[in-house]
Design a protein around this ligand. Structure first.
Ligand code: PBG
Length: 326
């Protein structure tokens, strides 16, 4: 009698068998492409720690967005970078209908309409001169409730400009409920909220701070989560669900796959995970050195995030991956 009787390898013998029993799918529609658009640029500006990613001009943004949609990606997430001189203490350029993010949303909405899902980062850090995600009180601390008032204005401006989804990423308490009320009162009850529900104070955001020309001194540890806190992440997710989040996000992705799994287990709404700038930078750097293969490493990282339970993955490789998967 042959031994062992149980031979999982039987199902790995041919590519067709492996395909038949493959458990996790990765399709272009699962991917969201984050895009940066900067005010006052004559041409796209490369981001040194994110080779291949740029701050777009309005024109180059339109081309990159059209290319992504053509490739089949599921949605676009827009970040706006104002001129330094337009930053102020309350981030008013984010609310300004003529601010770069709102203008770019109108551009993409007129080009693409409902052919894609247009999402906007609903946060103040790109627009404040101090670089924090909220407004500060007299002691220089981020003022939770005053920040929510500003987030409402930001979300309504983005909805007016054509965003299908607003994405509060500042980790203020009550931000989802505040924005939901604000949108509904402004007649935008169809605009959805993708809540950055469990967002950790991560060193891997480093390249993003260059990408958005952040003015931040210090850190975000009074609002973003301690990287060790998984139970607290579940609480954050439950609160955002109770406040009316239409989708919840975990961020970063690769160092937090257990949190992605926990979110998938409790969430009645779609779960997103954000493969952030530092994750992009790490894989890019290793591949550029010839230490790992770019394409297979990227695909494996994304399948891993999907396997952990993410329905949607935000990745700077979205358009490339959509092309590879054709
Ligand atoms: C906040 C925001 C950040 C990112 C997305 N939204 C930065 C931060 O919290 O410091 C990071 C994205 C990335 O690193 O790719 N508006």
């Amino acid at each position: 009698m042959s031994y062992p009787r149980h031979r999982p390898r039987r199902l790995r013998t041919t590519p067709a068998l492996r395909r038949l029993v493959s458990e996790t799918s990765l399709e272009p529609r699962h991917l969201v492409l984050p895009l940066f658009v900067a005010d006052g640029l004559a041409e796209p500006r490369p981001i040194s720690a994110m080779p291949g990613v740029v701050q777009h001009t309005r024109e180059s943004l339109r081309r990159a967005a059209a290319e992504a949609v053509e490739a089949g990606v599921g949605g676009l997430m827009l970040f706006g970078i104002p001129c330094d001189g337009d930053k102020d203490a309350t981030g008013s350029e984010g609310v300004n209908p003529d601010g770069i993010l709102n203008v770019a949303l109108r551009d993409l909405n007129s080009d693409l309409g409902d052919a894609t899902v247009l999402m906007a980062d609903t946060c103040l850090d790109e627009f404040t001169d101090h670089g924090h995600c909220g407004v500060l009180d007299v002691h220089g601390r981020v003022d939770n409730d005053a920040t929510n008032e500003q987030y409402i204005k930001l979300a309504v401006a983005q909805a007016h400009s054509g965003a299908h989804v607003v994405s509060p990423s500042g980790m203020m308490d009550g931000q989802v409920a505040a924005i939901r009320d604000g949108l509904d009162h402004a007649g935008h009850s169809d605009v959805a909220i993708l809540a950055y529900a469990a967002k950790f104070a991560s060193a891997f955001y480093g390249p993003f701070r260059e990408a958005v020309g952040s003015s931040l001194q210090g850190d975000r540890r009074t609002y973003q989560q301690d990287p060790g806190n998984a139970r607290e992440a579940v609480r954050e997710i439950e609160l955002d669900l109770a406040e009316g989040a239409d989708m919840v996000m975990v961020k970063p992705a690769m160092s937090y796959l257990d949190v992605v799994r926990a979110a998938a287990e409790i969430s009645p709404v779609p779960v997103a995970a954000y493969q952030i700038s530092g994750e992009y930078a790490m894989i890019s750097a290793a591949a550029a050195n010839g230490w790992i293969d770019l394409r297979s490493s990227v695909l494996e990282s994304l399948v891993g995030i999907r396997r952990a339970g993410a329905d949607i993955v935000l990745t700077y490789w979205a358009t490339d991956v959509a092309g590879w998967l054709r």
